[in-house]
Ligand binder design. Structure first.
Ligand code: FE
Ligand code: CA
Length: 522
């Protein structure tokens, strides 16, 4: 997989000083031998598939954790190929892209003109160095008859909390695509957690490199460390992703220009911009998601045949500050603030318009934080407790989106953030009214450590939340198998992330019949 050139052992300096080819072409390095080490160590990825293409991504990083990942501060030409077979006998598209130092030597190629609803393989080369091959499926044509779809939902991958074994299993489940709900990285310095949710000692698996993330170099290096993980690389190489961010790509519980420390907003804006740039550089995103003036167009839509309309939401950039001082608290008056926003006025209007079109049978909201207004009491707390960083802290915006979903048959909400599995109904009027959709809250890939089948306090959670159908506290991902009558969500879990090679199992499979949001778990 790693073709080594005879000159690979030469240093970069000797090559730059001594190669006439480089002197002749000073603007863009096209040297056949540029790297002292393999430059594709962060793997490859594909993203945002449409019916005729997708983005393919890589980032040159011969020394991933070093300054500038070991790259010279010059643009480098990277060749790419897309083939309709895994041996690359039939190359259907190819070209050359420039990896710019401005963008961390990442490459994002938007491939178009491909056939719909079929797999393709892609790879990159620089000189004689070649990446592994990745695989991505184009979507079925928008609006065309589609009888079944399999895709996966994943996120929350704290590197220190555990191994990414679940991603290897996800790759083997062969989903048409992945929706990633965020927390691709965590921004903290190394901070071993000695005790798990269950109160038992927790094995420390591996450590973050570096301090808490603030500047572009910090964020870039953290992505490089995560992307060295072979299971994560396998999941990227296996299928295209629709990536969205949540909080930890920037900082815990940020919203808008408000950070945890209540720093001046213009100051946090600079940190957020660095984080957004590193996110773009490291994700298979379309150019439309390149940060502009410190903001990102993250919310977008993917219409999968006539079966699923996927509305990918942004619940961070346009949100108003968490009420009641954030955290898990009894509700204060701020929870009922009529002016509060989760999506913001513009995104809400965009979503309402898209839902009105009824462009597919199922309408899926793919988003970050739990929508069910869960009472979090796990012990003898006298008053209901809410997570102010979820939709439970935002009554008015939540009731508006539930009103939008009322009357939409086959409405499903796909969520992450909680580091455990939740399944339930979205009911209007604070969880007491009409049921209008089903919410699948997928667990984490690793965040929270090994976990257990049942988390302490789950009895009380079940007793106080009649709209909740099921919970589970293992790590893993959600595998959705959708047909015209049924939406099946398999909660795929591993029993350990502190030890390698844990097998995958299905902790529960939820079934929803089209037109009835009541989930049935087996
Ligand atoms: Fe998380
Ligand atoms: Ca989160």
């Amino acid at each position: 997989m790693t073709p080594r050139s005879p000159l690979a052992r030469l240093t970069r300096r000797s090559l730059i000083a001594g190669t006439p080819l480089l002197l002749a072409a000073p603007a863009i390095l096209r040297a056949p031998q540029l790297f002292a080490q393999y430059p594709f160590r962060l793997g490859v990825a594909a993203g945002d598939p449409t019916s005729d293409g997708f983005v393919i991504w890589t980032r040159l990083a011969p020394d991933p954790l070093a300054d500038h990942a070991g790259m010279p501060m010059q643009p480098v030409a990277v060749d790419w190929q897309v083939a309709s077979d895994d041996r690359f006998d039939r190359v259907v598209a190819h070209g050359s892209a420039i990896a710019h130092p401005d963008l961390g030597h990442s490459v994002h190629v938007e491939v178009a003109g491909l056939a719909s609803d079929r797999p393709y393989w892609y790879r990159f080369t620089v000189g004689r160095e070649r990446s592994i091959a990745g695989r991505a499926r184009t979507l079925p044509a928008a609006g065309s008859r589609l009888d079944r779809l399999r895709f996966a939902v994943a996120g929350c991958q704290n590197y220190e909390d555990g191994l990414f074994t679940a991603y290897r299993h996800l790759a083997n489940d062969d989903p048409a695509f992945v929706f990633h709900y965020g927390d691709y990285i965590y921004e903290g310095r190394s901070s071993p957690v000695p005790v798990g949710y269950d109160g038992r000692p927790r094995r420390f698996v591996r450590a973050h490199v570096g301090q808490q993330l603030y500047d572009l170099a910090d964020y870039r290096r953290r992505y490089a460390q995560y992307k060295l993980d072979p299971d994560l690389q396998a999941a990227h190489a296996a299928t295209a992703w629709f990536a969205t961010f949540d909080d930890h790509e920037v900082e815990n519980n940020w919203v808008g220009l408000v950070d945890q420390e209540n720093d001046p907003p213009e100051q946090f804006a600079l940190r957020r911009a660095a984080a957004f740039q590193a996110y773009y550089e490291n994700m298979p995103m379309r150019r439309a998601a390149m940060p502009v003036a410190g903001s990102v167009q993250l919310y977008r839509r993917a219409l999968v045949g006539d079966l699923v309309d996927l509305h990918l939401l942004d619940t961070r950039q346009f949100r108003t500050d968490q009420p009641c001082g954030d955290g898990f608290k009894p509700a204060c008056p701020g929870v009922a603030d009529r002016n509060a926003q989760v999506m913001g006025v513009k995104q809400e209007g965009w979503l309402a318009d898209a839902l009105h079109q009824r462009a597919a049978r199922w309408q899926a909201l793919a988003q970050q934080v739990m929508m069910m207004p869960l009472d979090r009491r796990t012990g003898d707390e006298p008053a209901p407790i809410r997570n102010m960083d979820s939709w439970a802290g935002y009554d008015a915006p939540r009731e508006r989106v539930l009103a939008m979903l009322d009357g939409v048959p086959g409405a499903v909400v796909l969520t992450g953030d909680e580091h455990q599995n939740f399944l339930g109904e979205l009911r209007r009027d604070g969880g007491r009214g009409k049921s209008v959709a089903t919410e699948f809250v997928s667990t984490s890939i690793s965040s929270g450590g090994d976990g257990a089948d049942v988390r302490k306090g789950a009895d009380r959670i079940a007793a106080e939340n009649p709209f909740l159908a099921w919970t589970n506290d293992r790590r893993g991902y959600l595998l959705c198998d959708v047909d015209r009558q049924m939406w099946r969500g398999a909660f795929r879990t591993v029993d350990a992330v502190s030890t390698p090679d844990a097998p995958v199992r299905t902790a529960g499979t939820a079934t929803i019949a089209f037109g009835d949001p009541t989930p049935h778990i087996a």
